[in-house]
Design a protein around this ligand. Structure first.
Ligand code: UT7
Length: 325
């Protein structure tokens, strides 16, 4: 062990959009969205960017002014919606926080991004003896979805979550076990093609081509339920901790029905799952750290509690991290 989450933060856009607001632009109803997903509202950016949300989520982490910024040697940002590709979002964060020397990079593992970034951060902090690090999970899904597609637009939202990590070789708390994996998306159930530009050498007819997120929801749901089961069982098997000892499970907030089905399969009480999908919808890489921040700020975690972070998404990627708070 040794790498521990010592602070959590978050930032979501100012504008809150309810299901009733969506009834005005899509052929849908509040009742359908609530029953099939658990979502009641989501935050959607108007003038916020991935960078601005990330910076404010990190300022939330550091607001007590009790962290020596020169100790922060690593910032990883997990996102599939960077507003600037160069500089990276993590480099924008470093600049805004006025940190002098620090490793910064972004990673994209869709909705599993935060878990992957946390695992990479743990390894790097141990290997390079970095005392403090920041991991941000952030996505502006409102930029990706087709707002005419009621099958996808209703489940997504925008937001950023952040954690401050501390590495102390003698710390007996922190990350206990990690499981990460990927299975082929053979049926193209979750796809977002990148923008392509016409060059003098390719055959593109238009100046550029851009694409929106394509999701075959029922297929993703089936994958997601299995992914939660496998990931939770794996981190438990990789540790000496039993499922009964887990205080909370913080799942990727994609659909209330996915969480209910996973809880039933694993025979875990639904109360153990921390759920805030009603308020935020699916914020992709932001979802787990936003939920973790709520759990933490609501004083629901005590030192020594075991928790599991579990996620899944495009790729098809999935995984879990068991940690001792
Ligand atoms: O974070 C990335 C991972 N993503 C996920 O985990 C998403 C997983 N999938 C889901 O959450 C669900 O599949 C959705 C919420 C996207 C869709 O729910 P569903 O229960 O799987 O619905 P469905 O796609 O099977 O559609 C059932 C019916 C269809 O009508 P017919 O063919 O039965 O007449 C749809 O056209 O519901 C219709 N429908 C809607 N009706 C009202 C689909 N979307 C809507 C809507 N409002 N928004």
């Amino acid at each position: 062990m040794g790498v521990q989450i010592i602070k959590t933060g978050k930032k979501v856009p100012y504008k809150k959009i309810t299901n009733f607001d969506l009834e005005k632009i899509l052929n849908t109803t509040d009742e359908w969205i609530k029953d099939r997903t658990g979502v009641i509202s989501r935050f959607i950016s108007t003038n916020e960017t991935t960078t601005s949300l990330s910076i404010e989520a990190c300022q939330d982490l550091l607001k007590e002014n009790d962290v020596n910024l020169s100790e922060i040697g690593l910032i990883i940002c997990a996102t599939m919606t960077p507003d600037t590709i160069i500089p990276t979002v993590s480099a924008n964060i470093k600049k805004a926080l006025k940190i002098d020397h620090c490793i910064t990079f972004d990673i994209n593992v869709a909705c599993s991004g935060f878990l992957y970034a946390l695992s990479v951060a743990e390894s790097m902090m141990k290997n390079l003896s970095i005392k403090k690090g920041i991991v941000v999970g952030v996505d502006l899904n409102s930029q990706l979805v087709d707002w005419k597609d009621r099958g996808t637009a209703i489940v997504f939202g925008d937001g950023a979550g952040s954690v401050l990590l501390s590495y102390d070789i003698n710390d007996t708390s922190g990350i206990v076990s990690t499981f990460l994996d990927n299975i082929d998306d053979t049926e193209n159930s979750l796809i977002l093609k990148n923008i392509s530009y016409k060059t003098p050498f390719n055959n593109l007819n238009n100046e550029f081509e851009f694409f929106k997120l394509e999701m075959f929801g029922p297929k993703v749901m089936k994958f997601a339920i299995n992914a939660i089961n496998t990931s939770i069982s794996s981190v438990i098997n990789l540790s000496k901790v039993s499922l009964n000892e887990i205080k909370y499970i913080v799942p990727h907030q994609a659909n209330q029905r996915i969480i209910d089905a996973a809880a039933k399969n694993l025979k875990i009480s639904k109360e153990k799952f921390y759920i805030n999908i009603d308020n935020y919808a699916n914020t992709s890489a932001g979802s787990i750290p936003i939920a973790l921040d709520e759990l933490n700020k609501n004083n629901l975690l005590k030192k020594g509690d075991y928790i599991i972070l579990v996620g899944f998404g495009g790729g098809l990627s999935f995984g879990a991290i068991l940690l001792k708070w």
